[in-house]
Design a protein around this ligand. Structure first.
Ligand code: NAD
Length: 372
């Protein structure tokens, strides 16, 4: 039945409006973000919410315009938003700049400024793309759908480090260091995430050797008491690396420290096969998060209209799920992506014979159509 004008008026009044800051970045960044915005707007139309966008500069484009990769104005615009969508930063043009002035310095800076301590990286194989998985079909079975939850602002990457000379021999050290508070908050993210999925957490550590891992495991066990509905298992990191290629189907959520998560999430994404398909979310204490594809700015294909926008579109689905609480819209976008793949539409990076090769804009349009 068609809505009456009064009904439409009421719906308009209660319609949520979200503020999203866009960091389009460099290389293919602007191309893929444009498609993700198109899909987010279509989802809003269908599910009754609106999005207000603010553009901000980060990376090489910010260096060109302001001399620094992360201007304060960008931080302020991100702090004022409900969520941030990032394309990618970097490119050959800026490769010779000193580390702190390179585009990638903006990535660490924005994570710190927004207090984003949790990195969520789903590694999923979509049925029609099984051929892209380097493992045998009998190993991956019907599907693989893993969520790596990585601690992002602690551990050995941030611990005490240095160099010294001992008895005339040069030495260097980095320290794996975690407080119970840091472990507890990332563990909660993993358990909460498992609750929205298949209710299974694998805690990854090296508690047979490292004191920091023993404290990590004790803390995870304590937090687990608040989540009796979630199954918890422990794996040493070396075994986890092996299990990821031996039997990836056993995993739902993998809870990892910064360094273990860095390594295992790359392994998991490689198992999933295609870099143009994988999304990620970085979260902090509140609801605000930063969402981005895991790939870089792909300068080799920038401007050609052939970049795969699906990882960025799937990042928008994560944004709807984790920051905006629009679960139906998130599910619908993921299903629309699956439909497009089922229909045989492919950007060149995921193209196989018998499919139809299309460009970035056409792929965005196809997802919008599937959503409708
Ligand atoms: P990359 O991910 O940009 O590209 C690796 C390969 O994958 C390239 O051949 C590229 O064409 C292809 N590729 C990547 N994304 C694709 C997509 N959506 N569709 C089709 N093909 C895609 O990695 P790189 O070449 O090592 O890095 C390029 C630049 O990106 C560097 O400056 C790097 O520092 C930066 N980078 C940025 C981020 C980020 O912004 N978060 C992450 C990684 C790398």
């Amino acid at each position: 039945m068609a809505d009456s004008p009064l009904r439409r008026q009421e719906r308009k009044i209660v319609m949520n409006t979200y503020k999203v800051t866009l960091l389009r970045g460099d290389g293919i960044g602007p191309e893929i973000v444009a498609e993700a915005v198109k899909v987010l707007d279509a989802a809003g139309k269908k599910y009754g919410f609106a999005v207000e966008y603010t553009d901000a500069l980060m990376g090489g484009c910010a260096i060109d315009a302001t001399g620094v990769p992360l201007p304060q104005e960008t931080i302020d615009k991100c702090l004022a938003a409900d969520a941030v969508l990032l394309g990618a930063v970097g490119g050959w043009k800026w490769d010779t700049l000193p580390g702190n002035l390179r585009p990638e310095a903006g990535l660490l800076g924005i994570r710190g400024a927004l207090g984003l301590f949790a990195n969520l990286r789903p590694a999923k194989i979509y049925g029609p793309l099984k051929g892209a998985c380097p493992l045998r079909p009998d190993i991956i079975g019907d599907s693989m759908d893993i969520m790596v939850v990585r601690e992002l602002t602690g551990g050995i990457y941030f611990g005490k480090r240095g160099r010294e000379t001992v008895d005339g021999v040069e030495a260097a050290y980095d320290t794996e260091y975690y407080t119970t508070k840091e472990v507890e908050r990332i563990a909660r993210i993993a358990f909460e995430s498992a609750r929205k999925r298949n209710k299974k957490v694998h805690n990854i550590d090296k508690a047979n050797v490292l004191e920091s891992s023993r404290l990590w495991r004790e803390t995870v066990l304590r937090v687990a008491k608040d989540y009796p509905d979630v199954e918890l298992q422990h794996l040493y990191v070396d075994n986890a690396a092996m299990q990821l290629v031996r039997n990836p189907k056993q995993f739902d959520v993998m809870l990892c420290s910064n360094i273990f998560g860095d390594i295992l999430s790359d392994e998991a994404s490689q198992v999933a096969g295609s870099i143009g398909m994988l999304a990620s979310a970085s979260l902090g204490e509140g609801k605000r998060g930063l969402y981005e594809p895991i790939h870089g700015s792909a300068p080799d294909i920038a401007g050609q209209g052939i970049a795969n926008p699906l990882a960025t579109i799937l990042s928008v689905a994560m944004m709807l799920r984790y920051s905006l609480d629009e679960m139906d819209a998130a599910d619908a976008i993921e299903k629309a992506v699956e439909k497009v793949l089922d229909d045989g539409l492919r950007t060149p990076d995921i193209y196989t014979e018998g499919c139809r090769k299309i460009g970035t804009v056409e792929m965005g349009d196809a997802v919008v159509a599937a959503l409708a």
